[in-house]
Design a protein around this ligand. Structure first.
Ligand SMILES: *Cc1c(COP(=O)(O)O)cnc(C)c1O
Length: 430
């Protein structure tokens, strides 16, 4: 790889006008001991930096690009809408079309409200749950990330975990004390806390498959316990499917595990790469949102025409037969290959995968919760990241993130990735 001269120049310039040089912390690549690449363009499974280097992209804009970059029908849909205008601040047909697609796809949803990010979706779902139950407390799980709203920035995953920040300055103690965070996949602790506080809890929010402490699958019994206990105490169960929605199955993680929440949050894929979030659920809850009801939530650019068009075009592709089966086959080949290479080298790893989301953890124990994830060798991960990059593979720059396989990755991409891992893993053994 060439010296990244232009990326370095842009990063140094960026640091003078943007905090840390980036508009979202995980992009900074601090945890893997390097500076970020500035991206010039991307096409299909490939991403190109400002210095003319090409990589196989497993970040996919952190999830949305499930079809790969510049997917023809998505680009065409955006171009078509450009002919109508960029934003009207008034209802349009495309909002109804995307809402219809979501309601048809996800059984637990009768109605859905569009917002502009995953953060807005979870924040608004929590407000609705608090209004519905007339309770204040929220229960979440360590290492799950639900966006950066005050209420949810407690023991959070993703960039918060990557940077080792326990909570965040600026979140008032009065707000943080209403949020309890418990270990993921631990039914016993959860049930004990519910027995004690259940009647004071407005909502239990969870990533049904956790992707923000690295990929951590749930025990099916864990998700079932969340459903049973929340029903028992009259709490709202919120599935944050911002990452897993339309990623693991067309009906989301909830269809895969057969557990139905009261509210579901979306983002990422649902906007096809444009800034979109959404939250939805049963009519009796959703009818409480203004102007149907009194729970206030609004957005100048919500339901934006370009964003709706990209989301619709994306979901139309995902609906096609075999879409998730093909993605599963490629993802299985990648994960099996990585495990085989690590075995050959004698490198202890845990490889967690659900569908097209996976994480390679440098550890000799199973990773079932945030404690396990935090015990991993993050220094080894940093070397792995840098060496894979030198070999043309663009991975998420943190042990606490999931990688994404897209429909644009072909078997050649997967094999090229495995060849890179074959070269890199032996170099990581001391
Ligand atoms: C990405 C993510 C969010 C936040 O979405 P933004 O669009 O970045 O605000 C919330 N929850 C989960 C599970 C996510 O993966």
């Amino acid at each position: 790889m060439k010296e990244e001269e232009r990326s370095t120049y842009l990063y140094n310039r960026a640091k003078t006008v943007i905090p840390g040089g980036v508009n979202s912390p995980v992009r900074s690549c601090q945890a893997v001991g390097r500076s970020p690449l500035f991206i010039k363009s991307a096409q299909g499974s490939r991403i190109f930096d400002e210095d003319g280097n090409e990589f196989i992209d497993y970040v996919g804009s952190w999830g949305p690009m499930i079809l790969g970059h510049r997917y023809p029908s998505v680009i065409a849909a955006i171009e078509k809408v450009l002919g109508r205008g960029i934003s009207f601040g008034a209802p349009i047909d495309l909002e109804v079309a995307l809402a219809d697609l979501i309601v048809d796809a996800v059984k637990s949803i009768d109605m859905v409200r569009m917002v502009n990010s995953g953060t807005e979706a979870t924040m608004s779902a929590v407000r609705l749950a608090r209004a519905y139950t007339r309770r204040d407390n929220i229960l979440k799980f360590d290492g799950c990330y639900h966006g950066h709203a005050d209420t949810l920035l407690v023991a959070a995953g993703s960039g918060v975990a990557t940077l080792g920040i326990p909570g965040s300055p600026g979140v008032p103690e009065d707000i943080a004390r209403h949020t309890f965070s418990l270990p993921y996949n631990d039914i016993e602790t959860f049930s004990a806390v519910m027995a004690e506080k259940g009647e004071k809890i407005a909502a239990v929010i969870v990533e049904p498959v956790a992707g923000n402490m690295g990929l951590v699958p749930p025990d099916t019994e864990f998700l079932s316990a969340l459903r049973t206990e929340t029903e028992k105490y009259g709490c709202v169960l919120i599935f944050d499917e911002v990452m897993t929605g339309f990623r693991l199955a067309y009906g989301g993680a909830q269809s895969l595990f057969g557990v139905m929440p009261d509210l579901t949050c979306f983002g990422k894929i649902v906007g096809g790469g444009m800034p979109v979030g959404a939250y939805g659920g049963k009519k009796k809850l959703m009818q409480m949102i203004a102007p149907a009801g009194t729970v206030y939530q609004a957005g100048t650019l919500s339901g934006n025409p370009l964003a709706m068009a990209a989301g619709i075009a994306t979901l139309e592709e995902l609906k096609k037969p075999r879409f998730y089966k093909d993605l599963e086959e490629k993802s299985a080949r990648l994960s099996a290959g990585l495990v085989r290479i690590a075995d050959l080298v004698g490198m202890p790893i845990a490889l967690n995968r659900v569908g097209s989301m996976m994480s390679l953890f440098f550890t000799d124990r199973a990773v079932r919760n945030f404690e396990d994830a935090k015990s991993c060798d993050v220094k080894r991960f940093a070397s792995y990241y840098r060496k894979m990059l030198e070999n043309g593979i663009y991975l998420p720059p943190s042990q606490f993130e999931s990688l994404f396989v897209s429909a644009a990755h072909d078997m050649t991409d997967i094999d090229q990735t495995l060849a890179a891992a074959e070269a890199v893993l032996p170099e990581l053994v001391e």
